[in-house]
Design a protein around this ligand. Structure first.
Ligand SMILES: Cc1cc2nc3c(=O)[nH]c(=O)nc-3n(C[C@H](O)[C@H](O)[C@H](O)COP(=O)(O)OP(=O)(O)OC[C@H]3O[C@@H](n4cnc5c(N)ncnc54)[C@H](O)[C@@H]3O)c2cc1C
Length: 360
């Protein structure tokens, strides 16, 4: 029988909560702090997923990665989102040519959390699905390429110890490449970190690329379409996992408030719990299929459904919790702000619904 949840087992859940929850206040509303994210990612990668062993490497146990992301989101969406970014970069780097510096040196550094992974592929996904132009262009220069442009958003931007993966189009013929950039590459300029509604700790900002010279060996993929097709199922399933973890926590909190007048919310909580169990089953089923065999439309629908579940769950938690949840420093208020991120994270709700409206 499919398990009705996506969380780690009880002992590991406690271990994650004991680590993340005392730190959550500062990460939800405070300053972007490299130390907090790096510490959280090290803990989740090494102590929870055991990233030092090959089983949890880029080609490792994605179910365990999804459970860890969901359990992190149960406690703190910043940690869950940063972990998603980091793990996606591991996925991308697993396409790097064998023996290349990316495979031999960068990938082990990301696996060991010595470098943080920053995925800047929102534009690439929009290009793949709807043909939107890329905002970064490249030109050949000897045996290197030179990049210019702007990435509107990326996260885990804590220089110099990060590696960002993005897409660029050839300035003349539009040919797309997927490239990796080290955080200390000359010409990589991070704009000031904006104040955010939530997820302040994720180090999110825009990145300007000014004449960034990259050796050809930093190109991860030249076949843009097959790269995106390969990574998209994991991209969507792990995003669904952080949506699911946030929803599950909000529902658990709502359930603790169902006394007296609040008994009127019992049926609502039960209905969303039922939906949550169904969606956890769908995420598990998606993760247990090899990526090549995964039809994409159900995963697009699943990502949308999980975001909707989270939005509905935090709204219900707020109603059941009442006035104390309206205090900005309360966990309920933080979850409301965290859930507001889900429809604007690419694929945005608009992009998901647009894609669903155009595919059979
Ligand atoms: C906190 C946060 C963290 C994010 N982290 C990531 C990440 O790690 N990886 C990732 O791929 N995406 C990330 N994103 C981007 C996200 O995935 C979506 O792509 C984005 O939110 C969609 O924004 P949009 O609807 O404005 O569309 P877009 O297509 O991005 O932009 C629409 C228009 O608004 C302009 N615009 C958008 N953002 C800015 C900005 N910051 N400054 C100036 N102009 C802007 C664009 O130039 C464009 O003209 C993050 C977004 C946020 C809010």
């Amino acid at each position: 029988m499919t398990r009705p949840d996506l969380l780690l087992g009880p002992a590991e859940r406690e271990q994650v909560a004991a680590f993340l929850e005392p730190r959550v206040e500062s990460s939800g509303a405070g300053d972007a702090s490299d130390g907090a994210v790096r510490e959280a990612l090290r803990f989740l990668n090494r102590d929870v997923m055991g990233a030092g062993v090959t089983a949890c490497g880029p080609k490792g146990d994605l179910m365990r990665v999804a459970e860890t992301i969901a359990t992190a989101a149960w406690c703190d969406m910043s940690a869950a989102f940063s972990l998603w970014c980091h793990r996606m970069v591991l996925e991308y780097l697993s396409s790097a040519p064998p023996g290349s510096p990316l495979e031999a040196s960068t990938l082990p550094d990301v696996l060991g959390t010595r470098l943080l992974g920053s995925t800047a592929l929102a534009g690439a996904m929009a290009r793949h699905v709807g043909g939107a132009p890329l905002s970064v262009e490249w030109r050949p220069q000897g045996d290197a390429i030179v990049l210019n442009g702007r990435v509107s958003w990326a996260s885990n931007l804590f220089p110099p110890d990060f590696v960002m993966v993005t897409a660029a189009a050839n300035a003349d013929d539009g040919r797309e490449l997927i490239v990796a950039l080290a955080g200390d590459t000359p010409g990589v300029c991070i704009e000031p970190y904006p104040r955010l509604l939530a997820l302040q700790a994720t180090g999110s900002s825009s990145v300007l690329l000014r004449d960034v010279r990259l050796p050809a060996s930093w190109v991860i993929a030249e076949d843009f379409a097959s790269f995106i097709t390969r990574v998209r199922p994991t991209f969507l399933l792990l995003q669904s996992s952080f949506c699911w973890g946030l929803a599950a926590r909000a529902l658990a909190e709502a359930r603790t408030c169902l006394r007296g007048v609040n008994e009127v919310f019992c049926a609502d909580v039960e209905a969303l719990e039922g939906r949550s169990a169904e969606l956890a089953g769908e995420i598990r089923a998606g993760l247990s299929r090899p990526a090549v065999d995964t039809p994409i439309r159900p995963l697009v629908q699943l990502r949308l459904d999980c975001a909707h579940l989270a939005t509905a769950a935090v709204a219900l938690e707020a109603k059941a919790t009442g006035g104390r949840g309206y205090v900005t420093t309360s966990p309920t208020a933080r979850r409301l702000r965290e859930a507001a991120f889900l429809p604007v994270q690419a694929p945005t709700e608009g992009q998901l619904r647009w894609e669903l409206s155009r595919s059979a």
